[in-house]
Design a protein around this ligand. Structure first.
Ligand SMILES: N=CN[C@@H](CCC(=O)O)C(=O)O
Ligand SMILES: [Zn+2]
Length: 391
């Protein structure tokens, strides 16, 4: 194996405040720094004047380096186009989840190779904007074969795959009496059995006031079935209105509850007293013209917050974490440092990973370089392609 020394780093964000040369802030910043990587791992981090020998040396010309973003929430396995639905929302149509059936039909009709090419292009787009590890959900197949196929294809790109058969009740089950229950039987039975071998996580769209998504009770049934099949839990909750999603996630020990747009004081307290991460997805509120979640309230209460893209064809067709950071800083009460921490270490925590979202010896060598001298430029230069994955 060849070791590489990355030098000329004006500002290195390690997310490791215990490093002796770091500035003592949660971002663990080292200035005039260098990093050595070898065999896909970080093997040395520190001030450049102490750089050890390495096989090759690559100078970054005074740029900042950060841990690659961790995108802990995406729906990349889909075909078709819903740009007209977006345009309608911009003129006042509300988002209700009904468009998921449109993506379902196009995804079912696509061949394996077509889907693989679509996912590959989206993953490349993420890396080009500074993201390393990405979580990918199923949820546009909504039958046994198409859900299993989505997860098999997602697994070609990431270990962080999530079974989301309980995304919505598909049209063929909505049209028959008792169809919802039949669909839940399928999700918790044959579909789960076919999908569990290809998934690490199970997720459910818990929105009690939606005709498409699932009530608290229904969601609990899905999550408990997933647990029994050896999957770990994530929840889509509190996106469209107040509801039981966040508290259910905490009660069942889910790693993350995602969206958190509408939270009661009791929800915030429950999250703050738990190990469940509150994952915020600002691109969704941007693209659905909804109120932004109150990150400040969650952080001040002591909850762990993550930021992710939620790249999907309906509520947010953006894979850009720098965009999410800029909105979180501009409109959700986060400081630039909190937003970067949430998009790296916070998102890693929501995936229960300690080897990503951090730059320290032994961590995965997922480094992102900025065409800028400081991480502040992520929010300071919105819309500018400042970040790209380096290794
Ligand atoms: N809200 C549920 N699922 C996705 C949107 C899915 C779609 O509309 O295609 C989300 O996370 O926002
Ligand atoms: Zn989602």
């Amino acid at each position: 194996m060849t070791s590489t020394a990355w030098t000329g780093i004006s500002e290195l964000v390690t997310n490791d405040p215990t490093h002796p040369e770091a500035d003592g802030s949660p971002l663990g910043i080292i200035t005039q720094a260098a990093v050595v990587t070898d065999g896909g791992k970080v093997v040395w981090v520190g001030a450049q004047h102490r750089l050890p020998d390495a096989d090759e040396r690559r100078d970054l010309g005074g740029r900042a380096v950060i841990p690659a973003f961790v995108d802990s929430h995406s729906h990349l396995v889909f075909a078709g186009d819903r740009s007209a639905e977006f345009a309608a929302r911009m003129t006042g149509e509300p988002y209700d989840g009904g468009g998921i059936a449109v993506s379902m039909a196009a995804t079912r009709a696509a061949t394996d190779d077509e889907l693989r090419a679509l996912v590959g292009a989206r993953v490349a787009e993420l890396h080009a904007q500074g993201t390393g590890v990405v979580e990918i959900k199923s949820g546009y197949g909504l039958d046994v074969d198409n859900e299993a196929r989505a997860l098999r294809i997602a697994r070609e790109f990431t270990d962080e795959t999530t079974f989301l058969g309980a995304h919505v009740v598909p049209p063929e089950f909505r049209e028959s009496a008792g169809g919802r229950d039949d669909y839940l039987d399928l999700v918790c039975g044959d579909m789960l059995a076919a999908c569990a071998p290809h998934a690490r996580w199970i997720d459910v769209f818990c929105e009690p006031n939606s005709v498409y998504a699932f009530t608290g009770e229904e969601s609990e049934r899905v999550l408990r079935a997933g647990l029994a099949a050896g999957l770990e839990l994530r929840v889509h909750g509190n996106q469209l209105g107040h509801g039981p999603g966040a508290r259910l996630a905490v009660e069942l020990g889910a790693a993350s509850v995602d969206h958190c747009t509408f939270l009661s004081d009791a929800d915030v307290d429950a999250l703050a007293g738990s190990a469940t991460v509150a994952t915020l997805l600002p691109g969704v509120e941007f693209s659905t013209r909804s109120p932004y979640p109150d990150a400040r309230r969650l952080i001040d209460a002591g909850a762990t917050v993550a930021l992710a893209s939620d790249c999907n064809p309906g509520t947010c067709y953006s894979s850009s974490i720098p965009f999410a950071i800029a909105v979180a800083v501009r409109d959700m009460g986060m400081t630039p440092a909190e937003a970067l921490l949430a998009a790296t270490a916070g998102a890693a925590q929501s995936l229960r990973r300690t080897d990503i979202g951090v730059i320290r010896g032994g961590a995965q060598a997922d480094l992102t370089v900025l065409d800028a001298p400081s991480y502040l430029h992520l929010a300071y230069r919105p819309g500018v392609p400042v970040a790209r994955k380096l290794t």
